[in-house]
Design a protein around this ligand. Structure first.
Ligand SMILES: *Cc1c(COP(=O)(O)O)cnc(C)c1O
Length: 219
């Protein structure tokens, strides 16, 4: 597995307006540094503990995105440095981020994570819940955060039609929200499905194993 070859192959496939979030979870800081040295500045982690271990050891201009389920009691550990929290799946979590963000005089960027998978029961807001939360935000309820977009995960399946349907559901909601306020980021697409996500209008993909290789959870 050659990280440089993998990374360059993905970057070359990407349309200019699609952002790459390199998902470094389970991989050592040396691997993150290697990808950073190739020019990558945006990295994603899914666990607070792991992010806090890596953060001090890596360059300070990395933009860290949290992409995994976040417990409200852990927001305080990352509030001073996290660039974007992509996995906002409840009002309680958004309120907590708003509170911690204010303590640090920051405006943390967040994405609302929407449940689009028809089969997998993953974390996320259902569409009506996402609408309600976005309305409250537009009315000024969470002044210390900036909702910059939506994130979603398709069902883990070989059925490309289904994946496409799920991505298009999120794209439609994104366009609906953009009528009230222009949002920057539609985060959908991972190693196995990002080409479909690009066809469906994503502008930010989260790619781990296609860059870093398979994750070994036994370590
Ligand atoms: C792990 C993870 C990814 C990356 O998955 P790969 O299949 O390794 O590209 C993307 N998004 C989320 C939310 C993840 O947890």
């Amino acid at each position: 597995m050659d990280i440089k070859v993998n990374y360059n192959a993905i970057v070359q496939q990407l349309p200019a307006d699609v952002q790459l979030v390199a998902v470094s979870k389970t991989h050592p800081v040396q691997a993150v540094q290697e990808v950073y040295d190739l020019g990558q500045k945006v990295f994603g982690e899914n666990k607070v503990q792991e992010l806090m271990e890596k953060y001090p050891l890596l360059p300070k201009d990395i933009q860290w995105h949290l992409i995994g389920h976040l417990q409200t009691n852990k927001v305080k550990y990352i509030a001073s440095f996290i660039d974007t929290i992509q996995s906002v799946d409840s009002e309680k979590l958004l309120s907590e981020i708003n509170k911690e963000s204010g303590k640090h005089n920051r405006k943390i960027k967040v994405l609302l994570q929407v449940k689009i998978a028809e089969e997998d029961s993953k974390f996320g807001l259902d569409i009506p819940e996402a609408r309600i939360l976005f309305e409250k935000y537009l009315k000024g309820e969470f002044p210390n955060v900036e909702i910059t977009g939506l994130m979603g995960m398709a069902t883990f399946t070989d059925n490309e039609q289904q994946i496409r349907r799920e991505f298009l559901t999120l794209k439609t909601l994104f366009d609906e929200f953009c009528q009230s306020k222009t949002l920057e980021t539609l985060s959908m697409g991972m190693s196995d499905d990002f080409p479909v996500a690009i066809e469906c209008g994503t502008n930010s993909i989260r790619v781990g194993s296609a860059i870093f290789g398979r994750r070994d959870y036994s370590k």
